[in-house]
Design a binder for this molecule. Structure first.
Ligand code: NAG
Ligand code: NAG
Ligand code: NAG
Ligand code: ZN
Length: 332
């Protein structure tokens, strides 16, 4: 490394945004009626983020969109309203003219079936010519020789989005296991469940064994090549903060035991929960659940800009998003 490298810019810069939940409707409240949601203003906050990224002195190379870009409320206007909302929310992001990588959230699946997304602009594989192409919603890419992003499909095993394909093995698997885990008649109702068992709700989902095998193979190769890995997922994988069991991947434990077999994963970035929380787990992996745009008061902001330096990844939060410094396993 040259002696003046410290004065050079970061080796790669990218943007992060979560839970925009745009809908063209009046403000409302969340599921528990205790937190306010700003459905139209969320679009202004996306525009604020985009304007900032456009004027950044070190160019932003790509964006990670962590899911729930549109709110389930759009569904009230029918399929056309859902498609229109998706277009409206994507417009500012696409105006950056850089790759935008998406993961699918529960709200996407309230609006339209999973089969729609496979061929939509949210099929990142389709729009970004990721090689090899995939007919799945999980994928990986290498934005820098020392940084790999692995995007999980956290609703692959799910009760949501399979309305037009109820024979799908992953839907059948979800239907088979769910009632044993959550006996309540309403599948979003977690009453009677304790601690992390509260993750057994229809608004969460899980990962198939095929996706888990793929993840393991990707991480093994990444470790061989000494790539630092960031995993992105709509639903978080962290279990250390027991109160947040309600927003947790159904089979987070299986996925984390795969992750912990390798040294290469430095961070897991998620959304879904809206308030935001974080922890460094006992293997040194930095978990960040980003606050949601939808519950951010007008006048504030909700996004982050991440910069990878020689030996660390610095996530600089803006507005209600905190900042983090994540050491790299394999320095550049
Ligand atoms: C999914 O597909 C089914 C069957 O075509 C349809 O009835 C249903 O409305 C769709 N659901 C969503 C959320 O798009
Ligand atoms: C998603 O995009 C990839 C790449 O173009 C394509 O191969 C794949 O078939 C798409 N998925 C579906 C189900 O269309
Ligand atoms: C869970 O709640 C959402 C709305 O908040 C609803 O759209 C969805 O259908 C519910 N899921 C189930 C399986 O009850
Ligand atoms: Zn969500």
């Amino acid at each position: 490394m040259s002696s003046n490298a410290a004065q050079e810019g970061p080796v790669v810069t990218f943007g992060i945004i979560a839970d925009v939940q745009y809908a063209d409707c009046e403000d409302g409240t969340d599921f528990s009626k205790s937190r306010q949601r700003f459905y139209r203003n969320s679009l202004n906050l996306v525009k604020n983020a985009v304007n900032d990224w456009k004027s950044n002195s070190d160019p932003v190379a790509f964006i990670l969109q962590l899911g729930d870009l549109i709110d389930g409320k759009n569904k009230l206007g029918g399929e056309l309203a859902s498609r229109k909302a998706l277009k409206t929310a994507l417009n500012p992001l696409n105006s950056l003219r850089i790759p935008v990588y998406h993961v699918i959230g529960n709200h996407e699946l309230y609006n339209l079936n999973r089969s729609f997304y496979l061929t939509s602009p949210l099929n990142s594989s389709l729009s970004l010519s990721i090689q090899p192409p995939t007919n799945r919603l999980y994928y990986t890419f290498l934005p820098h020789p020392k940084l790999r992003v692995v995007a999980l499909d956290s609703y692959e095993v799910s009760l949501l989005g399979y309305g037009d394909n109820q024979e799908d093995v992953n839907y059948l698997a979800a239907c088979a296991m769910f009632p044993e885990k959550n006996p309540n008649t309403e599948a979003n109702d977690t009453s009677g469940l304790q601690g992390l068992e509260r993750r057994w709700a229809a608004f969460n989902g899980g990962i198939s064994s095929a996706q888990m095998t793929w993840l393991s193979q990707v991480l093994e190769k990444a470790q061989e090549k000494e790539e630092n890995v960031i995993i992105i997922s709509h639903i978080g994988l962290q279990n250390e903060i027991k109160d947040y069991g309600i927003c947790l991947l159904w089979n987070y434990d299986e996925v984390m035991s795969v992750v912990h077999r390798y040294r290469c994963v430095v961070g897991v970035f998620a959304g879904h929960e809206h308030i935001g929380y974080d922890c460094v787990d006992d293997h040194g992996v930095q978990h960040i659940t980003f606050p949601g745009v939808i519950e951010t008061r007008p006048g504030s902001n909700c996004y982050a800009t991440a910069r990878m330096w020689r030996d660390k990844l610095v996530v600089s939060g803006v507005g209600i998003v905190p900042s983090f410094t994540i050491p790299l396993r394999y320095p550049v």
